[in-house]
Write a protein that binds this ligand. Structure first.
Ligand code: N0T
Length: 524
């Protein structure tokens, strides 16, 4: 729309997530929205820091800023609320026509109580910590405390009430309730009351029989803590949505996706991959649970996406490493129909979380993400609408640089990496003059099957090939037409040129981020 960014239409419909045939879209102002996000550093949540935050959002061509709102900052004194920071955020977002995802740092921040107000931190009688087996205090707050839950909920509801009044134009499109909840060091609260609960039966909502141990085996303690943390966060989310209903989710500190469930190393009780089912039952007021992915292995990355992309759980990656090699995973997330993606820790405050992300926020690192966002940002809504309606697939260069394939209808789509644009994989000159990107962790593609024989492909540093999935003797596949282009504001395809000759003779080569539309056919 051409409405000035700061005019708040009273009619703006609330953001929500829609699901169709196992696919999902985030709707903003009534239209599909693809979140090309960036998350600010943990302590950038003060008005004085925002001038060091906004420029990076714009350099990245992101359309959404994820940024914390801390319980300690909005309720420094019990019962007295201060939302001046939230107002500064809303004003800045409006001015730049950006959206916000607010991260509620309350009872759990990376499982710890770091962001609760001092009056909570210091009152262990009202706000009990978990107990260790020997009865001493563990660092994390207990999810079994009604008093702590009520206090966190009251502050969260005050935030949502403030948004209801201060955000009629829905700058805030989602709210993350808590951050990487659960506990490290032990799997659950060992206090006597919690012990009694653990010995009791599994709640009927989990559709299992017997005790936690009988129902979940090795995963019993993590499942138990997940249920109680999940119910706790669900109650906070439900109360918040009752005053201002926007999509809500919570994020997971995930363990290894290939390890034995319960021995994978993720935070116990958070929405880690082995307990997604427990969380779905415990927290119906959350639209989704989401993985924070700090694993640069393409195979592991794809596995996380597979685990969290479910008919009952829209895929979103609210945090991923901001090192350049993570940028290619945007293609995998888009190719899984993800509703959002955000590298963590991009701003100009000078902090870097290496080795999780980049060592230095330099121009090349920013560009690795920015060049891809710049391609997709203008068509983000169209893209999100298409992935809601059509089959998709994504690929990112694996560690061994090998081919990846997916069958889509009667076509097999193949991605290849580290090749010159001229010639095949076995071309002799590759031996003496390998492509400079051959051993670089760059490259990927996202594919949407628009119709039986028609594909929309976005990608970079990749070659894409399309062949008949099941070869028929005497029948060969051929490109009927390849168009480079983009969609305009109303979703009409605008061709820049037709690619042919050298540009298509050796597959479809994406040297820079590019969008193409391919029509396939056969001859005999
Ligand atoms: C993340 C971020 C921030 C491979 C770390 C990641 C953010 C939180 N935690 O910079 O603190 O607020 O959600 C935890 C990663 C665990 C280690 C993975 C090893």
């Amino acid at each position: 729309s051409v409405m000035p960014a700061n005019a708040a239409p009273a009619t703006a419909s609330a953001p929500r997530i829609v699901s169709r045939d196992g696919r999902h879209a985030l709707m903003v102002d009534g239209a599909p929205f693809l979140m090309l996000g960036v998350q600010a550093n943990n302590s950038s949540n003060y008005p004085e820091m925002l001038p060091k935050v906004w420029p990076m959002v714009e350099r990245l061509h992101a359309n959404t800023l994820e940024i914390p709102v801390a319980w300690e900052q909005v309720e420094p004194v019990e019962g007295r609320f201060d939302f001046t920071y939230v107002d500064a955020l809303l004003a800045g977002a409006r001015e730049r026509n950006l959206r916000l995802v607010l991260l509620w740092f309350g009872t759990w921040k990376n499982t710890s109580a770091g962001y609760v107000p001092a009056w909570v931190k210091t009152d262990g009688r009202r706000f009990p910590r978990m107990r260790k087996a020997d009865g001493s205090a563990h660092y994390a707050l207990s999810p079994h405390s009604r008093t702590t839950l009520e206090a966190d909920k009251r502050a969260f509801v005050a935030l949502m009430r403030h948004l209801r009044d201060a955000d009629p134009d829905h700058r805030v499109i989602m709210v993350q309730v808590e951050n990487e909840s659960g506990v490290y060091g032990q799997n659950r609260d060992m206090a006597p009351a919690a012990q009694a609960l653990f010995r009791g039966p599994v709640p009927a909502a989990l559709r299992k029989r017997g005790s936690w141990t009988e129902a979940y085996g090795k995963l019993a303690e993590a499942a138990f803590n997940s249920w109680h943390v999940g119910r706790y966060i669900d109650e906070i989310a439900a109360a918040g949505r009752a005053v201002h209903d926007v999509p809500m989710y919570t994020n997971a500190a995930v363990g290894s996706p290939f390890a034995t469930p319960g021995e994978d190393g993720g935070a116990s009780g958070g929405p880690n991959w082995p307990v997604i089912d427990v969380w779905k039952a415990a927290a119906p007021h959350l639209d989704l649970v989401a993985p924070d992915i700090y694993n640069r292995d393409a195979r592991a990355y794809a596995e996380y996406l597979r685990l969290y992309d479910r008919p009952d759980n829209a895929l979103m990656v609210p945090e991923t490493g901001n090192a350049a090699d993570y940028a290619r995973f945007l293609w995998t997330v888009l190719g899984r129909g993800g509703i959002g993606f955000a590298p963590f820790g991009f701003d100009d405050t000078g902090y870097v979380n290496y080795p999780l992300g980049t060592k230095v926020v330099d121009a090349a690192t920013v560009e690795a993400f920015a060049e891809k966002y710049a391609l997709i940002a203008p068509i983000a809504s169209t893209w999100a609408g298409l992935t809601l309606a059509h089959p998709t697939w994504g690929s990112a260069k694996p560690a061994d640089g090998g081919d990846q394939t997916m069958v889509m209808g009667r076509w097999r789509v193949t991605t290849q990496y580290g090749l010159w644009q001229f010639g095949e994989k076995d071309s002799p000159w590759l031996k003496t003059d390998p492509h400079p990107a051959k051993d670089q962790p760059v490259g990927g593609a996202a594919v949407i099957q628009l119709a039986t024989d028609e594909f929309l492909i976005a990608g970079s540093d990749v070659r894409v090939r399309l062949d008949l999935a099941t070869p028929v003797k005497g029948t060969s596949s051929q490109l009927l037409r390849v168009e480079e282009g983009s969609y305009d504001a109303v979703g009409t395809w605008r061709r820049l040129r037709v690619l042919n000759g050298d540009q298509t003779d050796y597959g479809l080569n994406f040297t820079r981020p590019m969008l193409i539309r391919v029509t396939m056919g056969t001859y005999r």
